[in-house]
Design a binder for this molecule. Structure first.
Ligand SMILES: Nc1ncnc2c1ncn2[C@@H]1O[C@H](COP(=O)(O)OP(=O)(O)OP(=O)(O)O)[C@@H](O)[C@H]1O
Ligand SMILES: Nc1nc(=O)c2ncn([C@H]3C[C@H](O)[C@@H](CO)O3)c2[nH]1
Length: 207
């Protein structure tokens, strides 16, 4: 890889994206971009009633991430500096396709493409896969009260949506390297060797 890489960590809710991105940033001495969660005024309402709140929520996430990615381009990518993010804006489409219906979904798709088609794609995506039991355990461990209302069927659906989206991305974006991490077997939090294995794979990819 000749230029400074743009690295994104992806995976369904609670997979460990923020945790892994922060650990890698420290180990590899990279700046880290984290998604904004606590200031989101719609998330709580959305988990109580998805049909009523999905459009507001998806638009809020999209605008926030668009701004964050614009800043990332200005401060890092255009200056040739490597950076790691705990999400990729592509996740908006994964969620939007799942939570929106009918004309709102059509409008959202169009807005998504207008905003993002010319933005840089990550060079490396670390895709953390995990099964439903693992995700439910981690979401419970984190203990955000508004996430108690997450339905298992929704989470299971997202696991499948992520798998399909990553498979399609691998075909459409051959310049993005996707490194899949089995989040059920590889415990980068408790097992230092597991973490160092991931860190050295990323270092190799950055060469
Ligand atoms: N490999 C792991 N082993 C044990 N616990 C983990 C592991 N990865 C993450 N956790 C824990 O699981 C919880 C969720 O992790 P984290 O917040 O990093 O997930 P996330 O993918 O960023 O979530 P979200 O999709 O909501 O942004 C945290 O409490 C974290 O400490
Ligand atoms: N509907 C929807 N669309 C998104 O783009 C999106 N991104 C994150 N989330 C939810 C997952 C966690 O609860 C919490 C923190 O990641 O926010 C989303 N929900």
């Amino acid at each position: 890889m000749k230029h400074a890489p743009f690295i994104a960590v992806e995976g369904p809710i609670g997979a460990g994206k923020t945790t892994l991105a922060s650990m890698l940033a420290e180990e590899l001495q990279l700046p880290v971009i984290k998604e904004i969660v606590e200031e989101n005024p719609f998330l709580d309402k959305f988990y109580q009633n998805m049909d009523d709140w999905s459009f507001q929520l998806e638009m809020f996430f999209l605008c926030n991430r668009y701004k964050q990615l614009e800043d990332t381009v200005i401060h890092y990518i255009d200056k040739g500096k490597p950076v790691i993010s705990d999400y990729h804006i592509y996740k908006n489409l994964i969620f939007g396709e799942r939570t929106l219906k009918g004309t709102k979904r059509d409008k959202y798709r169009q807005i998504y493409h207008v905003l993002t088609d010319d933005l840089p794609k990550p060079d490396i995506i670390l895709y953390i896969k995990a099964d439903l039991d693992t995700l439910l355990r981690r979401i419970a461990k984190r203990g955000r009260s508004f996430e108690e209302a997450i339905e298992t069927a929704y989470l299971q659906q997202l696991i499948e949506d992520y798998d399909a989206a990553m498979a399609s991305l691998a075909i459409r974006e051959p310049s993005t390297t996707i490194l899949t991490i089995d989040g059920n077997l590889i415990d980068f939090v408790e097992n230092r060797e597991h973490f160092m294995e991931i860190a050295s794979r990323v270092k190799e990819l950055m060469q």
